[in-house]
Design a protein around this ligand. Structure first.
Ligand SMILES: Nc1ncnc2c1ncn2[C@@H]1O[C@H](COP(=O)(O)OP(=O)(O)O)[C@@H](O)[C@H]1O
Ligand SMILES: Cc1ncc(COP(=O)(O)OP(=O)(O)O)c(N)n1
Length: 268
């Protein structure tokens, strides 16, 4: 039994956040656990409300999981404030967890802020030193490094800067690079870089792609796969999930978390 923890926000619409993470863990045969950092009122049209959880309650959720169930790997998603980031980083340090995937969630697809602007420094200084893998999209990588990203060389430069903050591996995702008909994710391990390419799927239903991708990586790390192997599986998982997108709601619909297993012919 492999176990993964997500420390992230709740998306009432079920497409992103904790809900996407737990669906992904389940589909990849990993037992999923959660520490909720914020509750959002959210659907495919956008975010209608955000209520952060107190840092004491977040710490209590993490302790409850750590002290009884155990954690093989964890991911962080929406962390909202500096206080929450510092609380989570302190728990990661305390429990000595090293399979830590940081998805530095900043802004939802509809434009709603999921991280306070003044908390960007806390991500860099307090959380990234504990990250085994960080998975920014292009705007997030630009915000964290202050660099403009327009080419593969720019992605490598930005990845090097992120490594200088103490991260072991960087994946800069290509979903926002709409100048190409491909979606190219770049992995940099501090020495070598690797690209993972899929055709760009023409759909508006990409709500929760980043959460689902980072949760897939976390599940694979929990099972003992290498970083490279985990990204291979995560890319297959998210591509299948976007290809078989769900026409739910009237805005940006969620991805299809069943698709990867169904593609492999596994049905119940
Ligand atoms: N239209 C698309 N077609 C194919 N893959 C996509 C598409 N949009 C996003 N992806 C993939 O989904 C994952 C999440 O990327 P991205 O959308 O950049 O993250 P985020 O949701 O954090 O903004 C990456 O693996 C990326 O390549
Ligand atoms: C509660 C919550 N967490 C994270 C996100 C952002 O998810 P992401 O996978 O980056 O997808 P989009 O917001 O780009 O659709 C969220 N919306 N809600």
């Amino acid at each position: 039994m492999f176990k993964a923890l997500t420390i992230a926000g709740s998306d009432s619409g079920g497409g992103a956040g904790i809900q996407a993470d737990l669906k992904t863990f389940q589909e990849l045969d990993v037992y999923g656990m959660s520490a909720i950092t914020a509750v959002t009122a959210q659907n495919t049209l956008g975010v209608q409300g955000v209520q952060p959880i107190s840092k004491e309650m977040i710490a209590a959720q993490i302790d409850a999981v750590a002290q009884d169930l155990g954690v093989d790997a964890l991911k962080t998603g929406m962390l909202f404030s500096s206080d929450i980031i510092i609380t989570v980083a302190e728990k990661i340090r305390h429990y000595g967890w090293n399979k830590v995937v940081v998805d530095p969630v900043m802004i939802a697809k509809g434009g709603a802020p999921l991280l306070q602007q003044e908390a960007v420094t806390a991500v860099k200084e307090k959380l990234l030193p504990y990250a085994f893998i960080v998975t920014p999209n292009i705007p997030e990588a630009e915000e964290l490094t202050g660099l403009r990203i327009q080419s593969e060389a720019d992605k490598i430069e930005a990845a090097k800067k992120l490594i200088s903050y103490g991260v072991k591996n960087v994946i800069i995702k290509g979903g926002h690079d709409e100048n190409t008909n491909e979606s190219i994710d770049l992995l940099f391990d501090g020495k070598d870089s690797y690209t993972f390419t899929s055709h760009r799927i023409n759909t508006k239903n990409t709500h929760g792609t980043g959460c689902t991708f980072s949760a897939s990586i976390t599940a694979c790390l929990a099972k003992g796969l290498s970083v490279y192997e985990s990204v291979v599986i995560a890319k297959r998982f998210i591509t299948a999930a976007i290809e078989a997108d769900l026409e739910l709601g009237s805005g940006h619909g969620p991805t299809n978390h069943w698709a990867y297993k169904r593609k492999a012919g596994i049905t119940v």
